[in-house]
Design a protein around this ligand. Structure first.
Ligand code: F6P
Length: 736
């Protein structure tokens, strides 16, 4: 408004000054014309002024705009004047301006004019010299009434202002219409894009922003709406809301329930010792769907339907296990061979040399295809959500994508990813990477493993890395590479089913024949060289050596589930651990005291939780571990907020559970000191540390792990649908 006011004033000023200038010049010109027109008559009467001259002046006065006329002699004396010639002007004064200065060279008389204000209004006086053949006789002064100028000026100004206003209005209207039209076209364009129209290049950055905004808002809304802890219900809700309750298909080598034939011919169900199962089983119970796995139990075939399916958990039956059968040769080459003698030692820094055999890899590839085919049989839409688990299936994501190009494939790598130099020793490195890049999202436990993977791809593949998006673009497809630290269910149903801590402790003490004042440490692992079990026993030995007061008082129980026993390295490990335990027991044991109790057997979760709850400390001494869920399970088990976790710094868990006593498992002195510190720790400090770790695991539980991946998957699916439609439209537009 202020702008418009200023503009109008400026316009008025310009119009006023310009028109005024025009009129003044025009009046002067007219005065000269009038005097020139009457010049002959003036000359004739000049010498004998009288009525003749006055009559002539009166003639001039007929122009209504001239108020008065006077004729002045060359000496500035008045010759004649009309009746109303204003007194204000006299020949003397006017002559000063018309006549040349007394000492000026030559007879240069000039036209002169001025303005003045009289009681009747503004006037302009023009003085015009009268020359007779270049001889100046005098001058005529004409007084013009400027009121008519003011009137005309007003009219002109009004006209111009109205015109200006009309123009300004028209311009504003045109601008508004243009803005409206262009906004509408932008909105239409946006709407078209959101609904799946074809993008124009100029909309690409905007589209990107809109996508990011939608992503952010949906994530924030997700957090706001749900708030609080991740629970099975919240995970289910997330699946329903973001993925319209789509069926989830998991591919993992290990099945969650193994049916085994007992010696007396009955069938029993086992829960395998597996971090993967610990994490994923509660997720499947929450989401339902199908878990495709190797049917390795002796009664597995007897418990499935014709299509290899069985509903689990027994008695609850909330999801399906689809079993895939492997021949002994397939198992040898794929599972024991390439997976566990090749990839497993390749990915773990645990000083066991990887063995790469061509026939194992061939088998691995064929079995990956077999499982990928089984997955494709289990899906019920062209764009299913498939969760591929672990190093057993590096090739499966691409195989699945080849058959189901629109599938959302989430691959989670449960073990560490080595640096690119180390990974580079694998003869089939490119094919493995290519296979994994068939995933939509590739998850690792830690950012370090993500970076190692990205480095490996950059080093060995033709691809582009989008660090901002944490994505690798390969064959025009993007794979997001993200850290998703895995966890355990919370609250933990095994902990909830366990007897009270005191009861567990009493039961374990009775089983082990421990005195009431005994101190108990526990270790729970598969018998694997990466777990540092031997190093753990050696740390206990060092502790007893350095702190003899604990001899006779401290017992360490190792629950060691036999694993991959067909592999020579595992057999060696088994023997070594047995021998080490025996040696330490011989060194420090007495009749009724064994410092090391080694249970080499599979233990079902109720037993494992009983030991967790009975112990004063739990020592997790992995030499290298992606996460290690034993550490988190121990915390979940300790609802009494007591017990101390001693944790290897080479586990993913050590980055999260910082209230544990973190040790280097290779440093036996440090580990021994930590064990002593744990045993001497006050109850208050135990509670402080345990409380803090429990609240962390409660919040960052496995439902959150799965939920985050599924939310990311949902986001990706929205994008893929959008981009799919965008490119379809683009192709149609180009074709048309
Ligand atoms: O820790 C890696 C891992 O593959 C886990 O994912 C799984 O829990 C464990 O090893 C079990 O191995 P396996 O299936 O060979 O017994």
């Amino acid at each position: 408004m202020v702008c418009l006011g200023v503009l109008t004033y400026l316009a008025w000023r310009v119009v006023h000054d310009t028109t005024r200038d025009w009129w003044e010049k025009d009046i002067n010109l007219r005065a000269q014309l009038v005097v020139n027109g009457a010049r002959q008559g003036l000359i004739r009467h000049w010498e004998t002024p009288g009525d003749g001259l006055k009559g002539l002046l009166t003639e001039i006065l007929h122009d209504e705009r001239i108020m008065g006329v006077a004729a002045c002699n060359a000496d500035a004396s008045l010759l004649a004047e009309t009746q109303d010639f204003p007194r204000r002007f006299n020949c003397n004064e006017l002559g000063l301006h018309v006549r040349p200065a007394a000492n000026a060279p030559g007879p240069e008389w000039k036209v002169w004019w001025t303005k003045a204000t009289l009681p009747g209004g503004d006037v302009q006086v023009s003085t015009i010299p009268v020359l007779d053949q270049d001889v100046p006789l005098g001058f005529v002064a004409l007084v013009h009434d400027l009121n008519f100028v003011a009137r005309r000026e007003g009219k002109t100004q009004r006209f111009i202002l109205v015109a200006f206003a009309v123009l300004a209005g028209a311009a504003s209207l045109i601008t508004l219409v243009a803005i409206r039209l262009s906004w509408r076209s932008w909105s239409n364009e946006l709407r078209r894009l959101v609904r799946g129209g074809g993008p124009r290049p100029e909309f690409q950055p905007l589209l990107q922003d809109v996508r990011e905004l939608i992503d952010r808002i949906s994530t924030e809304r997700e957090a706001d709406i749900q708030g609080g802890a991740w629970t099975p219900q919240r995970l289910k809700h997330t699946l329903n809301r973001h993925l319209h309750g789509e069926k989830v298909v998991i591919l993992a080598n290990r099945e969650p329930y193994i049916h085994e034939r007992t010696e007396d011919g009955r069938t029993k169900v086992l829960h395998p010792a597996s971090g993967l199962v610990t994490a994923l089983e509660p997720v499947m119970r929450a989401c339902s769907g199908t878990w495709v796995a190797h049917g390795g139990g002796s009664a597995d075939r007897a418990t499935v339907d014709a299509k290899g399916r069985v509903k689990v958990p027994p008695g609850e039956e909330s999801y399906v296990v689809r079993r895939v059968w492997l021949s002994p040769e397939e198992e040898k080459g794929y599972y024991y061979g390439f997976s566990n003698e090749g990839l497993w030692p390749l990915c773990h820094l645990a000083h066991t040399r990887p063995l790469f055999r061509g026939e194992d890899y061939k088998c691995y590839r064929a079995v990956n295809q077999k499982f990928a085919d089984a997955v494709c049989e289990e899906v019920d839409s062209p764009d299913p959500i498939i969760l591929v688990q672990d190093y057993h299936f590096a090739l499966a994501p691409k195989m699945i994508r080849d058959r189901l190009p629109r599938a959302t494939v989430l691959m989670f790598w449960h073990i560490p990813w080595p640096n690119s130099e180390r990974f580079g020793i694998c003869p089939w490195r490119n094919e493995l990477l290519e296979g994994m890049l068939g995933s939509s999202i590739l998850g690792f436990h830690t950012p370090v493993h993500c970076n190692n993977f990205v480095d490996s791809v950059e080093r060995f593949m033709e691809s582009r890395t989008d660090r901002g998006q944490s994505a690798i673009v390969h064959h025009q497809r993007a794979t997001l590479v993200r850290p998703y630290p895995i966890s355990v269910e919370w609250p933990n149903h095994w902990a909830q089913l366990s007897p009270p801590v005191a009861e567990c402790r009493a039961a374990v003490f009775a089983e082990l024949g421990l005195k009431p004042d005994a101190l108990l440490g526990v270790g729970v692992d598969r018998l694997d060289y990466t777990k540092g079990i031997e190093e753990r026993l050696l740390a206990v030995e060092r502790m007893l050596e350095r702190y003899p007061a604990f001899v006779g008082r401290f017992t360490f129980v190792q629950l060691a589930a036999p694993s991959r026993t067909v592999i020579e390295r595992y057999q060696q490990l088994n023997a070594q651990i047995e021998a080490t335990a025996q040696r330490i027991n011989q060194r420090f044991g007495r009749d009724d005291y064994r410092p090391i109790v080694l249970f080499r057997a599979h233990h079902e979760p109720p037993t494992v939780f009983k030991y967790y709850r009975a112990a004063d400390l739990c020592y997790v001494s992995s030499l290298h571990d992606g996460m290690n869920l034993v550490a988190k399970e121990f915390i979940a088990a300790r609802d009494d907020e007591k017990g101390v976790l001693v944790l290897s710094s080479f586990t993913g868990a050590s980055h999260e559970l910082t209230e544990a006593l973190i040790v280097n498992p290779y440093d036996f002195d440090e580990a021994a000191s930590a064990l002593v510190m744990a045993l001497n720790m006050s109850v208050e400090e135990q509670q402080d540390r345990m409380r803090s770790m429990r609240s962390f695991v409660a919040e960052f539980n496995v439902y959150r792990w799965a939920g985050r991946m599924l939310v990311d998957a949902a986001r990706l699916r929205r994008r893929d649908r959008l981009t799919g439609r965008l490119s379809e439209h683009l192709l149609t537009a180009e074709g048309g």
